[in-house]
Design a binder for this molecule. Structure first.
Ligand SMILES: NC(=O)c1ccc[n+]([C@@H]2O[C@H](COP(=O)([O-])OP(=O)(O)OC[C@H]3O[C@@H](n4cnc5c(N)ncnc54)[C@H](OP(=O)(O)O)[C@@H]3O)[C@@H](O)[C@H]2O)c1
Length: 317
């Protein structure tokens, strides 16, 4: 399948920084954000800046910061995805089990941004595992999204007939329907097994990763296999007080950043793709605004000390 090459870097507008400050002031003054950003967006387009990309083990490029869509459904989902793309996000993460692929597709269409500029991920749910089911489920995802290929398709959890699913995904990859294939929530033993029969190596493993569950062991394993690590719930959904944690806040004060931005910068400096989710434009902007400061070694080490080395989502185990 012939396609235009993905842009080296993802272009977005420099108005982000200015409008984030403007938004913060406006929120402080009690103004709503939706009208406000409509105005800022249309009046400040002009200069560009970029979200960096990493190169996957098959040579394709993936933005290191993206937009998560869990729970963003229906009209809200459409609007959030359209807003996120218009503000500069290019990586959009969805999954069959989120029940929002139609909304995500609607948001992509509404954004008006060229398909080739986007990096769209979806995931095969466990009920659809196995060779035939996986092929059908993939086509259903494409139809719901209104797309004719995916950039990344992941096995959502290591359950069911993983071998059959992987074979189907390898074929779809070879046919050019998926630019990269990977897994999610795979532990070292699952990866070892997959690697024993895989003809195409997984490009990505998307796993829970945040300051309270840093996944150092998994990070080592993924490095060994040349698989890119991607963080789901990069804020732990705010659990365990992540957004008010005083250690992160103290680091943030030094850089004039908040806990969300310090967290995302930490992921970025560790070379991990992060896909924060938000339903608020002001937060979308804040979460993009992480490329103008640097955490030094001692700050990175301080964040390391927050690791509890345990999931914050025991209900999903
Ligand atoms: N593969 C898997 O098994 C798996 C599992 C879970 C998630 N995921 C993916 O990972 C994505 C991210 O994870 P998640 O959605 O669970 O949670 P998350 O991104 O860790 O946290 C989302 C929460 O953070 C808040 N937030 C976002 N930006 C903020 C900011 N700047 N300041 C303060 N609060 C902020 C959001 O509230 P507001 O809306 O109010 O901003 C929301 O409540 C998902 O959306 C999904 O795409 C994958």
């Amino acid at each position: 399948m012939e396609r235009k090459p993905l842009a080296e870097t993802i272009k977005r507008r420099e108005f982000i920084q200015t409008s984030a400050r403007f938004a913060a002031g406006a929120i402080f003054m009690g103004l709503g954000t939706s009208k406000l950003f409509g105005a800022v967006h249309s009046s400040r387009l002009g200069t560009t800046t970029s979200i960096k990309t990493i190169t996957l083990n098959n040579g394709i490029k993936m933005p290191i910061l993206g937009f998560g869509t869990l729970y963003l459904k229906d009209e809200v989902g459409v609007q959030c995805v359209a807003d996120a793309i218009s503000l500069g996000y290019r990586l959009i993460d969805t999954a069959t089990v989120y029940g929002n692929e139609t909304s995500v597709g609607g948001g992509i269409k509404k954004s008006g941004v060229n398909r080739e500029e986007l990096f769209v991920t979806s995931k095969l749910w466990v009920d659809d595992s196995g060779y035939e089911n996986a092929k059908k489920a993939f086509q259903t995802s494409l139809d719901k999204l209104g797309l004719d290929y995916l950039d990344l398709y992941l096995i959502h959890r290591p359950r069911g007939d993983v071998k059959g699913s992987w074979k189907a995904m390898e074929e779809l990859y070879k046919d050019g329907k998926i630019r990269a294939i990977g897994v999610s929530n795979f532990e070292a033993s699952h990866l070892d097994e997959l690697m024993s029969y895989a003809k195409t190596k997984p490009a990505v493993n998307q796993i829970e990763t945040h300051a309270f569950f840093q996944q150092d062991k998994a990070r080592e394993t993924l490095k060994k296999y040349g698989i890119q690590m991607e963080a789901w719930s990069p804020f732990a959904q705010g659990r365990n007080g992540l957004f008010t944690n005083e250690t992160l806040a103290a680091i943030g004060r030094k850089h004039n950043k908040n806990n969300a931005q310090v967290s995302l910068r930490w992921h970025y400096q560790r070379g991990i793709v992060a896909i924060p989710r938000t339903s608020q434009k002001a937060h979308m902007l804040e979460n993009l605004n992480i490329f103008d400061f640097q955490l030094d070694e001692s700050e990175m080490n301080t964040i390391t000390s927050l690791d509890l080395n345990i999931t914050q989502f025991p209900e999903w185990e």
